[in-house]
Each structure stands twice: as C-alpha cells, then as structure tokens.
Write a protein of this length. Structure first.
Length: 574
C-alpha cells in the first residue's frame, strides 16, 4: 500500500523522499505544530488590552507604556496605537480599550487624535456594545477646557454602547501618581473579570513588569546642566528678544533626536519673591522665600486663586471683569498681572500667607523645541527662545535663562517627540513652516540632514516682523542654502512693506510648486504659535491643495487627512 503524506505540509512535491519518509516527516512536523498550538493556547493572555494614545508632547505615551507593562504582568496582553491609527471598525472589533489622551489648545483633540474624533462622530460609525473601556485624561487645570478631549471621547464611547470598566480620571500637570493609581485599579478590574493569571495581589505589578529603559533625569530629578552659550539673535530695533542657548550634557547620558523637546526647570525672580513676601508681611521668612522661589507659580494666578479672590472681594476690578463672563476679556485683563497684582487688587480682603499657599500651583518646567542635531552638535542641546518681557511682567523661564542662571547650572530633562521627526528615508523631501522661534526644530532638522548626507530636498518657510532685526540664523541658513542642503528658502517679513506678508502668503504664491512637492512625497512640518499661525497655515495649505487639484474643499480636506494618516503632516505648536 502506498502511504501518502498528509496534505498541507511544507514538504515540496519534488523532495527526494520516499512516500514512507514523507509520511513520517509530515507527521513529525504536524506534531511540532500541534505542540506549538497547545503551548500557545496555554500561554495566551486572557485578553488583550488596546491602549489608544492621544498626545501632543509625549506624556500619554509614557503612561501607555506603564499600562502595557502592568497588563502583561497580570497575564493580559497589551499593545499601543495612536488614536488616529484606529478606524471605528477596528475599534468595534476590540474587546478591552484604554484611552489615554491629553488636550491641545482650547479644548481640542491632540494632533494624533483629530481624525479619530472626526470619524467617531460620523452618522455611520458602528455600535460598540462589545467594547469594555476606560479613559484617562492628562491636562492642566489652569485652562478652562481642562481634559476636554478625554471628556469628549469618554462620553462618545458611552453613547455608542461601550461599557465602562472604571470611571474616567482627569490628571493635572503632576499626573504621575494619580495616573499610576488609576492604572492599577483599571488593570486589576480587567484581570479579575477576564480571569487572568496574577489577577490577585498585583497592586504593584505595573512597577514590577519590565519596561523600556528611561532616563534617570525627569521633572523630579532634573539634570543640572551647565549653560555654555547665551547669545542674542535678534538685532537692535527688533520688538523681540530672541536668544540662542546651549546646554552641556556632560555625563548625563541624555540622548535625543532632532525634533525632541527640552524641559527647563525655572526659578522665580528673587525680586518678585521679595515683593510678594513684603506685601504679606513675611519678609524674614526664608523657608517660605525658598519655597516661592523654586516650587510655586507666582507669576500666573491659578483659576482657584481667581475664584477665591472674587469671592473675598466682590467689588474688586477682577470681580467686575469675571462678572462679564467673557473669557477673552479676562485673559486680556490678566495679561501682565501676577499673583501680587491680584492680591493688591483685592485689598484688605486678600488672603494672608498661610491662606494663599494652597492656591499657588506647583512651578512647572517649560518645554522648548530643540534647535540642534545630536549628529552635528554632540554633547549639547540648543534652544531658541523669545524672552517674554512686558512692562513689569516677565516670563518665568525665558527671563530665567536670559538673566538669572547661576554657576549651579539649570535643571533640564528630555521630552521626546517621536511624532515630530525627520523622514527615515534620506531621499524624501521635507517642507518646513516655522516663523519666529518656530524655526527652532528646523534648524536641527537641516543640520541633521547635512550630517547624514541626506539627498532629500528641503524647503523652509520662515518669517517675522523685520528682516534687518528679526532674521535669526541668517548666516547659517545662507550657508546651508549655498551648500545645497536648503533647497528652497521663502521669507516673509510682515512689517517691511505696507501690506503685511506672512508665511501663508508665500505658500499661496508658490502653490503649484508646493503641491508638486506633496505629490513627490514631501512631508509637511509646522512649528510655532497654535492660536493663529498654525490655523492660518493649515487654511493656506488646504487652499493650495484645493486650487491645484480642482476637486473642491472636501477633496482637499481628505487629501490633508491622508497626509496626517501617513504622518506626512505633523505639527509642533504651542
């Protein structure tokens, strides 16, 4: 009898084996496969947790890493994805979902969540009855729309039939501890309901699970860097004070990529601290002076302090402005006023020192786009910062860097931004749009591409008020242009002529070439002011696409959405 091998084996038809040998080999292979299937089934996680991330600065990604590590420690599977990478259909196919998202601007979705949110509001979005979920929001209570993106997504998932595992938690700027507590609670609930191994007594599992190595330097333990350069870039006659800074990385072990951000831990001005304590009758309180100098925000009043002062002094000027109910009016009135100004406005009804301290928010690090390349500038990080000075009002971190960094150095730590990086393909073209200090990451991009010997074309749109006073890094850009690294340079100086010209003006003027670059695979990067510039640039870009394609506004919007999905339209805005 002829023995035939089982069908579906990997043994080629012309293999030099007898039928008996083929049958034995086929059975041997099948046995291995079956054992593998049994082992896989035994080792399979009880459930897979999909951790969906909405982020502008990378904090949500750090939390997501902890969630995945904690899930795996409990016998659950875990994987992450940006919200924009998830379609409603893919979401409906998931069983357990955790959303971690920040909020951008005035209650808007972060840049990698806008398409997801738009799709989630569609009339044709599928129902989500089979999805178990929970949402964590990261934000800043100093903003009126605190954690608004998380609130919107949480509500919409419930409307679509998804079932909450645990209530949403909204974290303030010091998010680490509440986020860790929420993570432990949610994962323990999921482990218990899915019967995952290790579900009992795993309160600290998130910390026990292996994680991606992280720098020891963070906001609690910043690296004391030496400031090796502090150079004025803007020229006499400028309405701005733009400075170039260089930080020595020494033996920190800090490594970064072009496009990352650097967090600077500031120190309050001793003069403001002294004036505040004198007003409060506590000039000799050295311990409180040090607390106010290094740990409390005394420039920008908190929402809680504003509400307290309005209640205490209902006839004050602040109370009158708040009573109008117009947020823009309040923001305008607050501009240039600090905590001391508001205490003076409240008069004798203002809180004393002990009553005031709980209303002062923790002094936060300020993040700035890195303007250097690790290849071109090894061992250091460069920043390009505009010093904020308005009458007696001064920006905390910007003037600290400009005026008050002592020999002890300045605390720094890295804020990675993987979403804002140059193309991996050195042949791919780049379009960079960054007026003012928005040029910072693009200086790093250009030096990085030069150091890598990249052949891809590079186009920069830069502008400010006046060429003679505000053309920062002119010598460097001119040299890069001459070397062929900077293929195209379009400049827009708004005050050099009667009619104001902005970067979006130049974009429209070169509409055909800009669209041609997009069709050739160019990535578009935007850096700078979020409130106006970034929106105006996007409007201009949509106009360019609509004009060149001739298919209407909806087609242009979809074209731009495709650029977002393919990570070819990214922004670093603030």
């Amino acid at each position: 009898m002829t023995v035939m091998p089982p069908t579906g084996t990997l043994i080629p038809a012309d293999a030099p084996f007898s039928a008996q040998q083929e049958s034995w080999l086929a059975g041997f292979i099948a046995g291995i496969a079956a054992a593998g299937r049994r082992g896989s089934k035994a080792d399979a996680p009880a459930a897979t947790i999909d951790v969906l991330i909405g982020t502008q600065t990378g904090n949500s990604e750090l939390v997501a890493e902890d969630i995945v590590a904690g899930a795996r420690a409990r016998g659950l599977g875990g994987r992450t994805a940006a919200l924009d990478d998830v379609t409603p259909e893919a979401l409906a196919a998931m069983s357990h979902v955790i959303v971690v998202t920040s909020t951008y601007g005035e209650g808007e979705m972060p840049d990698n969540a806008g398409l997801f949110w738009e799709a989630l509001q569609s009339d044709t979005v599928p129902r989500l009855e089979g999805v178990r979920y929970s949402v964590l929001g990261l934000g800043d209570r100093g903003y009126d729309d605190f954690c608004q993106a998380a609130k919107l997504i949480d509500t919409r998932l419930e409307q679509l039939g998804a079932a909450r595992v645990h209530d949403r938690v909204d974290c303030d700027v010091d998010f680490e501890e509440p986020a860790a507590e929420w993570t432990t609670t949610v994962l323990d609930l999921l482990a218990a309901e899915t019967g995952a191994q290790g579900a009992k007594g795993t309160g600290g599992a998130a910390a026990q699970a292996p994680k991606k190595p992280r720098s020891p330097w963070n906001k609690r333990t910043p690296y004391p860097s030496r400031l090796t350069a502090n150079r004025l870039l803007s020229a006499p006659g400028s309405a701005k004070e733009i400075r170039h800074y260089e930080f020595d990385l020494g033996d920190s072990g800090i490594t970064y990529e072009a496009g990352d951000a650097l967090a600077v831990v500031p120190v309050n001005d001793d003069r403001l601290v002294a004036a505040l304590l004198e007003h409060l009758g506590a000039s000799d309180d050295r311990e409180t002076a040090e607390l106010l100098r290094t740990e409390r925000e005394i420039r920008t009043p908190s929402k809680e302090l504003i509400a307290e002062l309005v209640e205490r002094a209902p006839t004050s000027e602040l109370a009158a402005v708040v009573a109008h109910g117009d947020r823009e009016d309040l923001d305008s009135w607050l501009w240039g006023r600090d905590v001391l100004d508001l205490l003076r406005d409240a008069g004798p009804k203002a809180p004393d020192l002990a009553e005031l301290l709980p209303f002062l928010r923790p002094l936060q690090a300020r993040q700035y786009s890195i303007s250097s390349s690790p290849l071109a500038h090894p061992g250091s990080i460069h920043l390009t910062v505009a010093s904020v000075r308005y009458d007696r009002y001064e920006g905390v971190a910007s003037t600290y860097l400009a005026d008050r960094v002592g020999e002890s150095g300045v605390g720094i730590y890295l804020q990675p931004n993987a979403a804002f990086s140059i193309p991996a393909d050195d042949d791919a073209p780049m379009i960079m749009i960054g007026p003012g200090t928005g040029i910072a990451p693009f200086r790093g991009f250009l030096h990085e591409r030069a150091a890598r010997g990249a052949s891809g074309r590079n186009w920069l749109f830069f502008g400010d008020q006046r060429r003679e006073a505000d053309f920062v890094y002119e010598d460097e850009l001119t040299e890069l242009r001459q070397r062929g690294v900077l293929t195209e340079l379009d400049l827009a100086f708004s005050r050099d002529q009667a009619e104001k010209i902005y970067v979006q003006t130049r974009m429209r003027e070169r509409s055909a070439e800009l669209y041609s670059w997009l069709e050739d695979g160019a990535s578009v990067y935007v850096c700078g002011d979020a409130s106006r510039m970034a929106k105006d640039v996007e409007t201009a870009l949509l106009g360019v696409i609509a004009e060149q394609r001739g298919r209407g506004d909806d087609d242009a919007a979809e074209y731009l959405a495709d650029l977002r999905r393919s990570k070819r339209y990214v922004r670093d805005v603030y």
